[in-house]
Write a protein that binds this ligand. Structure first.
Ligand SMILES: [Zn+2]
Length: 107
């Protein structure tokens, strides 16, 4: 797997959605994210790592309910939430993406 450095696309699955989440500033959470991605704490990594929402649980977001009903196009990640999903196989979140994309007509 190559580390794509394009902005606004998911480091893990290359998804492009309106809801991307950057590596947290808090070092404690950063370590958790990096361990999720690399399996261990790497010596070198791209601090601009970006994940799409499919690697998080619905309960990791403040406003998942509003998002899924189309009231907002931006999901807000709770502080301390760490990515848990390795891939985008969650059918439910996939549907949510699709919905989010339709709202974003310029993409
Ligand atoms: Zn992703």
């Amino acid at each position: 797997m190559t580390m794509a450095e394009r902005q606004h696309s998911c480091t893990l699955c290359s998804n492009r959605t309106s809801t991307m989440h950057m590596l947290p500033k808090n070092p404690e959470f950063q370590i958790k994210w990096l361990q999720f991605i690399f399996g261990t704490m790497p010596q070198h990594y791209n601090s601009k790592l970006t994940f799409c929402s499919s690697h998080f649980e619905e309960s990791d977001f403040f406003n998942f309910g509003e998002f899924s009903r189309g009231f907002t196009i931006k999901l807000l990640l709770k502080p301390g939430a760490v990515p848990l999903r390795q891939s985008t196989t969650s059918a439910h979140l996939y549907n949510v993406y699709y919905y989010g994309r339709r709202q974003e007509s310029q993409v």
